[in-house]
Design a protein. Structure first.
Ligand code: KG4
Ligand code: ZN
Length: 344
């Protein structure tokens, strides 16, 4: 079984809470999204996100406890995302977690959001399945694109990361260039199904041959100039047919997926690790999931994809990672602070 952890997640634009008993025992997972709050601005507005977290957090925590059939007496510790993220947003979750820890006299645990995405692939494994570690973790989300070495959930190091835009951010920006609405990733992915991935020649930026870092700002600019004409940033969208738009989406998606898969396989080669895990919002992308499956099968590498419902931000993954930290005695005091960056 294992300890029962209540976790709170407010690092960006999802107010979330979850309860687990043991790192593979999800008992509840409640997420309040803020799409409608930010939609008309074309991106997350930090101050509005913080305010929405304040409005939602009590209800989300209560719902997560009720859905898990857990009350104060059943909870062994309170975990909370403390980094990385929007500082004002993180602070709301951290304040709520500290208040509960103090009022209920429970230990407090600070969780690194990227580490939680990195270990989320194990969340639904059967209780008796062997641990998937060591593994190469590809974490692809709206804020982060990283390759990590997960020796075990308590020993995670960064192998590479994006030097500019995150993969999900590129999806969101391409959706904005094509005026497709938000959230961009799932919309671009859906429209890409009707397009030809070989139609537009966008750059696959690999950086140095042995580099595990990523760069996605070039492809975003290439899409912008493809739509409007070289050096232009407006005026071209109305000339595109629905099929043209689908071709742009499919070609863009194929580029991003090719780079993500190539770098992940390079990490496998460089480290000799034979298991790959994938998490984060973009891990919900069907084309990425299928292409990784094919690449891993061809090399005899084991692939564990995070279940779809735990790809985008959620409280269950924070609770699961918090459970590992709790078992190891890695507790925080009420002095726990929010940090915008991910490195420890
Ligand atoms: O992990 P997440 O919820 O938040 C961050 O930690 O950033 O990831 C959100 C990102 C957004 O950029 C969204 O567009 C992208 O994940 N996303 C997708 C898909 N579903 C969500 N990108 C591509 N294809 C999808 N199916
Ligand atoms: Zn995330």
């Amino acid at each position: 079984m294992g300890p029962t952890i209540l976790a709170i997640e407010t690092s960006c634009d999802e107010t979330a809470a979850g309860v687990v008993t043991g790192p593979r025992g999800v008992r509840s997972n409640v997420v309040a999204t803020q799409f409608d709050v930010h939609a008309k601005y074309g991106g997350v507005v930090p101050e509005l996100a913080s305010r929405a977290h304040i409005e939602n957090i009590d209800g989300v925590i209560q719902e997560a406890l009720a859905a898990a059939g857990a009350d104060r007496g059943r909870i062994d510790a309170i975990a909370v995302t403390c980094r990385p993220g929007l500082t004002g947003c993180l602070l709301i979750g951290i304040t709520a977690a500290k208040s509960l820890a103090l009022a209920w006299d429970k230990p407090l645990i600070g969780v690194n959001h990227i580490h939680a995405h990195a270990t989320s692939a194990a969340i639904d494994l059967p209780a008796d399945a062997p641990e998937p570690w060591p593994a190469i973790a590809l974490v692809v989300s709206g804020g982060h694109t990283s390759l990590l070495m997960v020796r075990d959930p308590l020993d995670i190091t960064t192998l590479g990361l994006t030097i500019d835009d995150a993969a999900g951010e590129a999806f969101d920006k391409v959706a904005s260039i094509l005026d497709l609405g938000c959230p961009g990733g799932p919309i671009v992915a859906r429209i890409a199904e009707k397009g030809d991935p070989r139609k537009c020649d966008f750059p696959r930026t690999m950086l140095a041959r042995d580099s595990l870092d990523f760069s996605f700002s070039g492809i975003k600019t290439a899409v912008l100039y493809h739509v409007h004409g070289p050096g232009k940033t407006s005026g071209g969208l109305s000339r595109l047919t629905a099929q043209d738009v689908a071709d742009v989406c499919a070609s863009f998606q194929a580029c991003v997926v090719d780079v993500l898969v190539a770098k992940t396989m390079l990490a496998v080669e460089q480290t000799g690790v034979r298991t790959v895990v994938v998490g984060g919002g973009v891990a919900a992308n069907r084309c990425l999931r299928d292409t990784l499956q094919t690449a891993c099968e061809a090399r005899g590498v084991r692939l564990i994809l995070t279940p779809m419902r735990y790809c985008t931000d959620n409280g269950a993954m924070i609770a699961a990672q918090g459970c590992h930290l709790f078992r190891a005695g890695r507790l925080e005091t009420l002095a726990l602070e929010a940090r915008a960056t991910g490195e420890l």
